[in-house]
Design a protein around this ligand. Structure first.
Ligand code: WQD
Length: 340
């Protein structure tokens, strides 16, 4: 039976992708070091799908263990690689931790598979910085990274492209996520930020449930319709389905080249104040927020051109910002009664 390896499979996007892979008829084996997620997510996946995926606790920075794991699983026909550190602010404080973890894990996997597998890489719209033209397409220039986290994504994409150029048996798809938000409709899996959430939506839900104080809107003096910064928010379930589409495309060998890049967004820009409004309207929860200073390193506005993804992946985001907000809120309420 062909299997897909999902690294970081108990994380936010990883767990939702495991569910969608199951729904699409794939067998999954996942690895995680649980450094940024809980093993309890495995029980949640079982409750949602009726199966607990095969899994192993594995430090992907341990080359010998990665080689042994892959050698023991010749049935793996593809990899979706989520496992990486991803906190922008933390990466500025601890660059060595980020470069070591995010590169060792990737390089050990490529070595273990002898650069011969179908490989989906978790990348980010961060690589674009502040685009000159919006919506931003995959052919837009990559700009100087604003953080070591963003730099690990840029350098990883370059490494993968160069390795693919000399490895005809390695087929890679880099997926550039915009802003993943929301939670599974069951409210059994969702985002599990550690400590004070840095991202907007988990801070909103924690503020609404009383875990945090008022939200600070980081700047309302941007050159945008309402002055607050604009992003392309995408529901995590739509994002997960795009990973299934990417694996299917790799298996079909339809691509002309063995290295492709796709934007995963909705193609629509939404401001911070619009997100706050959508949350209040879709949940009935009033939010307490103040306007503060801009956040260092933030771009003013970015949203994706998703024409290529829709054409070549046969995928399109379907869930709107109201579903993103209501599902995030349902997950926060679940967490209150069922702390992880
Ligand atoms: C969104 C907007 C903030 C918190 C990050 C990563 C990116 C990707 C998605 C992984 C911004 C504003 C936020 C708050 C606020 N991650 N904000 N008050 O920074 O767009 O992207 O997550 O791939 O790589 O950089 O997401 O949710 O932090 O911020 O006003 O308390 O909300 O200024 O305009 P960001 P975010």
């Amino acid at each position: 039976m062909s299997k897909i390896l999902v690294t970081g499979g108990t994380g936010f996007i990883g767990s939702h992708t495991v569910v969608e892979l199951h729904n699409a008829g794939y067998e999954v084996i996942l690895v995680d070091d649980f450094s940024n997620s809980s093993p309890k997510i495995l029980n949640q996946i079982n409750t949602i799908t009726g199966m607990t995926p095969e899994f192993e606790e594995l430090d992907l920075c341990d080359e010998a263990k990665v080689l042994a794991f892959v050698a023991a699983h010749p049935e793996i026909i593809g990899v979706i690689h989520f496992a990486a550190f991803k906190a922008v602010g933390e990466s500025v404080q601890h660059p060595l931790k980020y470069y070591r973890n995010n590169f060792y894990s990737l390089l050990n996997l490529l070595k273990a598979f002898n650069s011969a597998t179908n490989f989906v890489f978790s990348s980010s719209c961060t690589v674009y910085g502040q685009p000159d033209v919006l919506p931003v397409t995959e052919s837009a220039p990559v700009k100087k990274a604003e953080s070591p986290y963003g730099n690990t994504k840029q350098i990883a994409e370059e490494m993968l492209q160069e390795i693919c150029a000399v490895s005809p048996e390695l087929n890679v798809t880099s997926l550039r996520y915009f802003n993943p938000v929301g939670a599974h409709p069951s409210a059994l899996i969702g985002e599990l930020p550690i400590g004070v959430p840095q991202n907007l939506v988990p801070f909103i839900t924690q503020s609404a449930i009383g875990k945090r104080g008022a939200i600070t809107v980081y700047g309302n003096d941007y050159n945008t319709p309402d002055g607050s910064a604009v992003r392309d928010y995408i529901h995590v379930v739509d994002l997960a389905k795009a990973h299934v589409a990417a694996i299917k495309r790799l298996e079909s060998k339809k691509a002309e080249t063995n290295y492709e890049v796709f934007n995963l967004g909705t193609g629509t820009g939404t401001s911070v104040l619009q997100i706050i409004d959508a949350f209040e309207k879709s949940t009935g929860q009033k939010l307490d927020f103040t306007i503060g200073a801009r956040r260092e390193g933030d771009v003013e506005q970015v949203w994706g051109d998703v024409t290529k993804s829709e054409r070549d992946l046969g995928w399109k985001a379907e869930l709107d910002v109201n579903v993103m907000m209501s599902s995030a809120w349902n997950w926060e309420k679940y967490l209150k009664d069922n702390p992880f």
